[in-house]
Design a protein around this ligand. Structure first.
Ligand code: FES
Length: 159
């Protein structure tokens, strides 16, 4: 039986991917249950994830500052970034935990830097580096369409 594919959240397919061909990216036999695997194709670094709701393929780049999510954690459908503790739900494409640096969400809303619960709040950014963090937008995760054919996982990728 073909493995389940995670339904791509509405509007979050990689733009233009409907015009790209399906190409093989991995064998089903290579996928460990509950695993994340980095796949590099040309200059694309991709992340194949086996979630409880099915397989998905996204960029292996955090939607915050592009850290490789493959070095992070996977808890069910939630992938955690190794850099600033951002956590993202692959089932919905939504942020579960905003990066500790704060900054802008995908809709442009501002989030203050993270402070430990019960601890003193952190000062608003003032130096240039902190100001850059405050203006960094956490983009939405984008998904590459998948299909499975004869035990091979295929993805729509640019030619
Ligand atoms: S780069 Fe991932 S949370 Fe900042």
């Amino acid at each position: 039986m073909a493995p389940a594919l995670l339904p791509i959240p509405a509007g979050l397919e990689v733009p233009g991917s409907e015009h790209w061909p399906f190409v093989p990216v991995a064998s089903i036999a290579e996928v460990e249950p509950g695993s994340m695997r980095r796949l590099t194709r040309g200059d694309l670094d991709l992340l194949l994830v086996d979630t409880p709701l099915g397989l998905c393929l996204v960029d292996d780049r955090c939607p915050h500052m592009a850290a490789p999510l493959s070095l992070g954690s996977l808890d069910g459908c939630v992938v955690g970034c190794p850099l600033h503790r951002g956590r993202f739900d692959l089932a919905s494409g939504e942020v579960v935990q905003f990066p500790t640096t704060g900054g802008l969400d995908a809709d442009g809303g501002y989030h203050a830097p993270w402070a430990p619960p019960g601890g003193p709040g952190r000062a608003e950014p003032s130096d240039l580096k902190a100001r850059a963090r405050s203006l960094t937008r956490v983009r939405r995760i984008r998904y590459y369409p998948l299909r499975v054919s004869d035990g091979v996982i295929e993805a729509r990728l640019p030619g």
